[in-house]
Structures are given as C-alpha cells and as structure tokens.
Design a binder for this molecule. Sequence first.
Ligand code: ADP
Length: 409
Amino acid sequence: MSNAADDLVLVINSGSSSIKYQLLNPESGVVVASGLVERIGEQSGAIEHKAGGRTVEHEGPISDHKAGLQLVFDMFAATGHDLTGAGVRAVGHRVVHGGEIFYQPTLITDAVVAAISDLSTLAPLHNPANVTGIRSTRELLPGVPQVAVFDTAFFHGLPAAAKTYAIDADVAMAHGIRKYGFHGTSHEYVAGQVAGLLERDPAELNQIIFHLGNGASASAIRGGHPVDTTMGLTPLEGLVMGTRGGDLDPGILLHLMRSANLDADGIDQLLNRNSGIKGLSGVNDFRELQRLIDTGSESARLAYDVYIHRLRRYLGAYLVELGRVDAITFTAGVGENSPQVRADALAGLESFGIAVDPARNTAKERGARWISPPDSRIPVLVVPTNEELAIARAAHDVVASSENLTEIS
Ligand code: ADP
C-alpha cells in the first residue's frame, strides 16, 4: 500500500448529538486530521477540527448530522483535504450493535443500513445515531465505499454457556436476548497488540483484558477467541462505569417500577445516565473522582471501592474460566492512565502469580508496556487502544477485497 492521499480512510463514530472522526492512513496509523462535532441540534453547536498541527473551531447552531458533516468537510477542504474529490479511499463507521446478523466488517448498502436500523430495538441509544451518521455520509460522499464495523462482532462466537441468559428460552428467542458484548473492536485490537508484545502466537495465548474508559468492560480470551465478556444484551451489564452501574439485581428494577413509579424512560435515565461513579459520587470523570477522594469525600471513596470490587470479582471469574492466563492487560482512558486503579485491581494476588511493579506502574510512559515485575509469572501490561485504527484497517481490507472480487467476476 502506498501513502497516497487516496489510501486514507475516514473513520466516523456518530453519537446521538455528536460525531467523532479521524482521517488516517490505515497502514502507518498516521492521523492526518481528527475532530469532534458536538451538540448537534442545539443552538450552541461546536466543531473542533485538528489538522497539520492546527486547530480550527466552529461555533453556532448545527441543525443535524448532515449539516455537521458538511461543515467538517468544508474544514477538511480548507486544510488541504478535499474528501468529496479523490481524497479518501473508504469510510469506516463504528456501529454499536450488529445483533446476530453482522459479525464481520460489512460493506454498506441500502439493505445493510436498513438492517442496522432494524437492530435499533436492541440498542435504542446507539444504532439510530449510527444510522443517521451513515446516511448523512453516504449522501455527502456518494462515490466512496463505506464499511460498518460492529462493536459486538468480536464476541459473536461466545460459547453458549457464556452468552445464554437463564430465562424462559422462548422469550429469549423471540426477543433476541443473549449476551452480545461490546467494545469488541478494542478488545480484539488490544489482544493482537499483546501477542505482538509478548512475541507469541495469539492462538497460544489466554488473556484477560480490562477496557476501562467512560464505558468499561472486561474480556476473557482463549487462543484469540473470546470466551466471556462483561457487557451483555446492552452495554449496561458488568463493570461499574462513568454513568452506568453495571451488574444489578434485576429485582431492583421491578421494585422501582412498583414503588417509585418509574417507567421505561425513567429506568433508562437511571441506568444509563445517573448510575455508576456519577450516581455514587456526583462526578463521572475518573480524574475528578480521584481529586474528590484526595479531599476526603466519603461518597467518592465508596464509588472507587465499588468500582475496584467489581473489577476484582470479574478478574477472579475469568481466572477460573481460563484456568491458565498468559497476560492481564489494561486499556482505555482509566486503564491506560490510572496506576492506582491497576495496583488496586491486582493487589494481594502474588499467590496467583499476579503482581504489579510499583516503579513500572507509575512510570510516565504512554506506549504499550509491562507493569509486572520481571520475575512475575503472569505478565501484566498496559496497551493503548486504538479503535479508529482498527476500524480504518477493517474498512480498508473490506474495500480492497470487494474490489478484488469485482475484478475476478
Ligand atoms: P470513552 O469511553 O469515552 O472512549 P476514554 O477511554 O477516553 O472514554 O476514557 C475516559 C475516562 O478516562 C474518563 O473517566 C477520564 O477521567 C479517564 N482518564 C483520562 N485520563 C486519566 C488520568 N490521567 N487518570 C485517571 N483517569 C483518566
């Protein structure tokens, strides 16, 4: 692959009122431009576009996703990249839920868009926003092939015992209820990086990965294939997160419906926005939580303790599920940047061959690195995730192979 401009891939992560994007080279990983469109549909819309060491800003109402993308493409043109010309080889879209249908990066057609839209019942907060982003981009870049990369895809083959909820099987079947898992692009990318770092064949490795960002999930991976993960039918299950509480007794919801008169929207608000670290401490950003703890806040301390307790519960579960573990890895905002979380998550586990070296753990490094002592049995690693690069590579590969097929046929 050459480094020509037309080898660049535009990666789009479209939320309900925001669009994150990167234009990058899928081979080298070099990011040519990146940015964020915020508060779409509000009077106070904003865009921050970074290219060539410069940041260009836009402030003002952005009526919808298409208007936001049009402004972004104008900014690209002003900074030397005409995406509507031959400036981009493919667009890769992050799509949250692929259901049972999509388990590979998929070239987008009208039928694919319709199917992603139909999956909105499983991801009402995410898939409609993804579809809006896809439709807008297709209208603005009609000649550019577009690929959907699904957050659920990596976990598609979870073993039946791990993916099945023990509820009425007919109800589960009728409503598509199973564990799907999310953050798959990140878990898969990081698992690959770990194999490279350890200079081992991924097929030989058993791994536990903690993706700890605003959303958080863990995975247990045997020989390159996930055998369990903490998120479920939706991204609400599992670990404690910024605004989501993770595992709950489902009876709590029945209780709230009956005693607090909460309906589906009220429960949605509680579970997605007012729980987790935020629900317990009032702040959802981990740096703020740590500052509150330093000032002696008891609610912040409790939030932290609950967060760590949940991490350790899943660590224990996955150690047993895997039997032998060859690497434990931390990634994403908190996982990459909080030595305290890493140390507390793994404290006191020397008898399991798990330890964190204090000097390595607190070293001011940013790249992939070891944080266990040299003589420790199980390597403990920090590996920066890069979902945009993984999506760009997947999109590039799908487009290249579809072109090959066209040439053969
Ligand atoms: P997202 O899920 O939105 O992609 P990120 O992976 O960017 O999230 O992670 C965001 C989280 O990482 C926030 O809670 C933020 O406070 C936390 N974080 C970022 N830098 C640090 C740091 N230096 N120390 C502790 N937490 C950090």
